[in-house]
Design a protein around this ligand. Structure first.
Ligand SMILES: *Cc1c(COP(=O)(O)O)cnc(C)c1O
Length: 378
């Protein structure tokens, strides 16, 4: 096939279900064109019902905004230290810096690619010994939809009484022992960015354990306006609320979330079944009790060279693929930050590749991708 003529296959593109526009039209028809309204309430309700576990959801302008407010609500301020999974997207760590606090990065473990319990505990002990002060929070991420080691991480967190901010941006629809991701942290966040499992074109949510905390998040997200006839402020606020138009897209997307999870899991199975015979490729299985939404289908290749050969061959055929997240401790912008390492995330970054994973991929797309991979490896 000629690369110029073949259809571009994206890593993860938006996938509308059909009813989104009717919710958006409703917002226009009733003139609810504002950062509040029935779609915002409805979208929050839909997410609360989906997650269960008596969650309280505040719809916001982005996952990054949710992380920023989450850290603020956990009391993180200037001079604090926050422990953060190193292998993640920069948005997990940036809000630490917005608050004048310092990120301390923690390496991954092999079974989920997420924050390593051993390194986490080593880091906590070491920070207390060195600084005489506990880190203020832990940011743990369910990377690519695979839950982090929930039991072990939260056991350590409660032992040292450090709150967990659960970054569930990539894991809506994932669960751990049948409990949905997004319900484990003292505060959790979701993202509805264009590439996520459901999207509002851009958006996010903060998930709180009680209504008071949700209301505080909404207060901070709407410029921290005190109760008065005029504008009165006793705190610094933000403009982080989700608009009623955007929330309409979210309501339509919630109707197809389960279908998206099924489709993405089917992508993963397709890759695995078709590539199982190649020693150069390994897939990350779900440990018992772990259920991943398989937001992105990722492979571990045998070497950096193999990974690059695959990535370039796919690119030549107009197929988008991407190395795994570059760990934060390798990012120039975080070069000064302390890090607790075991080598695992460096190795994954060298050898790992994300394959096209959209819930809207056709079977012929998947066959095309697999045939390119097979050609390289034969
Ligand atoms: C996408 C993402 C975010 C940020 O969400 P936005 O809505 O894009 O601000 C945060 N953390 C992780 C792990 C993500 O993948």
């Amino acid at each position: 096939m000629n690369a110029v003529e073949s259809k571009k296959i994206w890593l993860s593109s938006p996938h509308m279900g059909g009813t989104e526009q009717s919710y958006v039209k409703q917002a226009f028809d009733t003139n609810w064109v504002a950062p509040l309204g029935p779609n915002v309430d409805g979208f929050e309700n839909d997410i609360e019902n989906y997650l269960g576990e008596s969650t309280n959801v505040a719809a916001l302008s982005s996952g990054t905004a949710a992380l920023h407010l989450g850290l603020k609500l956990l009391g993180v301020t200037s001079g604090d230290e926050v422990l953060c999974q190193s292998m993640t997207f920069a948005a997990s760590a940036n809000p630490i810096v917005y608050l004048g606090a310092k990120p301390i990065f923690i390496d991954s473990e092999e079974q989920t690619w997420n924050i390593c319990p051993e390194q986490l505990e080593i880091a906590i002990k070491d920070r207390i010994a060195k600084k005489g002060k506990k880190p203020k929070a832990i940011i743990a991420v369910h990377l690519y939809g695979m839950p982090y080691k929930v039991d072990e991480i939260h056991k350590i967190a409660s032992e040292y009484e450090i709150p967990v901010l659960e970054d569930s941006a990539e894991s809506l629809g994932s669960s751990f022992h049948d409990i949905k991701c997004g319900t484990f942290g003292d505060i959790a966040i979701l993202s509805f960015n264009g590439n996520k499992i459901i999207t509002t074109s851009g958006g996010g949510a903060l998930i709180a354990k009680n209504l008071e905390l949700k209301n505080k998040a909404i207060f901070l997200a709407t410029q921290a306006r005190d109760n008065a006839p005029h504008y009165e402020h006793t705190e610094i606020g933000h403009n982080y609320r989700m608009s009623n138009i955007i929330a309409g897209i979210g309501r339509g997307q919630m109707e197809v979330l389960d279908k998206h999870v099924t489709n993405r899991r089917n992508n993963f199975s397709f890759y695995k079944n078709n590539l199982v015979d190649f020693d150069e490729i390994k897939f990350l299985d779900e440990p018992s009790g772990f259920y991943s939404n398989r937001w992105l289908s990722c492979i571990e290749t045998s070497s950096f060279e193999t990974r690059e050969k695959l990535r370039l061959a796919l690119g030549k055929e107009n197929i988008e693929s991407r190395p795994l997240w570059k760990p934060m401790h390798l990012q120039p912008v975080f070069a000064d930050c302390d890090v607790y390492l075991n080598g695992i995330s460096d190795d994954l970054f060298d050898r790992g590749l994300c394959l096209p994973s959209g819930s809207n991929l056709e079977e012929e797309d998947l066959f095309r991708i697999v045939s390119v991979i097979k050609k390289v490896l034969r």
